[in-house]
Design a protein around this ligand. Structure first.
Ligand code: AMP
Length: 281
């Protein structure tokens, strides 16, 4: 595995792979890698010949009171995991390589960027899309792989690519299933912030999703079932739970039939966690 830290050195390596007839896939991450990230790497291998993984903690997507400084940085361990998984390139650039002209927002998430996660984290999605667009420009992959765990993020990335006028040619965006701990908690780099007690409480989030799935009835009955599970642990502060239409990322309307996405976000201690489940309505 090659570890590349400058934008300049990345381009010739990727072009060389392409000249050898290889298709290139790309998995962007912020590091502190867990099995969820590694599942994206496996999908990337299945769907391409040359896998590039980036690790970059993007200052533009953190709010002033968020955990940018504390965000776990474990580059050595991450590099070992990626090398063992036969990744071809680990791209770990500096802020000045990613933003040579300063940290400026170049992408706007629009109205869906202001709901749910975007409402609680103003500017987050503009920052996220800005870095993803820049990384796409640098890597120019044929395929990029993202987790369904960050469903709103994935929706907005697909929207950006669709509206980009083929800026990244025919690049395909692949969504990957959520990988969970044995007790159901969705894996996240932020889970390591949780104390043992908080870790136990955090199980409520995936339990709430499963309770809604198991409930017969309309959207309201499903949401009530999820809220009831969350109410059993008042220490877990529910930010939102909603049933959305995956085609629009807007709450489903009365009479909706089909697969809806149940999305949830909650705070356990100082840690924000998100999760979702696709359910039939
Ligand atoms: P992050 O490092 O948090 O920016 O995540 C990098 C990528 O990994 C994103 O596409 C996430 O959606 C994905 N990801 C994070 N957690 C999981 C998980 N538990 N299962 C599958 N994908 C995940």
């Amino acid at each position: 595995m090659q570890i590349i830290t400058s934008a300049e050195s990345l381009a010739p390596v990727v072009s060389n792979a392409r000249q050898h007839g290889k298709s290139v896939s790309f998995v962007p991450t912020m590091g502190a890698l867990h099995d969820g990230h590694m599942s994206l790497v496996r999908i990337a291998h299945e769907q391409s010949d040359f896998v590039v993984v980036s690790i970059f903690v993007n200052p533009l997507q953190f709010g002033a009171n968020e955990d940018f400084e504390e965000y776990p940085r474990t580059l050595q361990e991450d590099a070992e995991k990626l090398s063992a998984a036969n990744v071809d390139v680990l791209f770990a650039p500096d802020v000045k390589d990613v933003y040579p002209h300063g940290n400026q927002i170049t992408q706007h998430a629009g109205s869906v960027g202001e709901t749910f996660e975007g409402k609680i984290r103003p500017g987050h999605f503009d920052g996220m899309l800005t870095v993803v667009a820049r990384l796409f420009d640098l890597v120019r992959p044929d395929i990029s792989v993202f987790g369904n765990k960050d469903a709103q993020q994935l929706f907005l990335i697909r929207q950006m690519v669709e509206n980009s006028n083929h800026r990244w040619n025919a690049m395909q965006v692949v969504g990957a299933p959520i990988i969970r701990e044995e007790d159901g908690l969705a894996m996240s780099s932020r889970n390591r912030y949780l104390s043992e007690t908080e870790r136990e409480l955090a199980q409520r989030i995936s339990r709430a999703l499963r309770a809604a799935e198991a409930t017969q009835g309309d959207a309201e009955a499903r949401l009530t079932a999820a809220e009831q599970v969350m109410a059993t642990a008042p220490a877990v502060r529910l930010d939102y739970v909603a049933l959305i239409n995956p085609a629009t990322f807007e709450p489903i309307e009365a009479g909706f039939v089909g697969r809806a996405l149940l999305i949830i976000a909650a705070q356990v201690g100082g840690t924000r966690l998100i999760d979702n489940l696709s359910i039939s309505i």
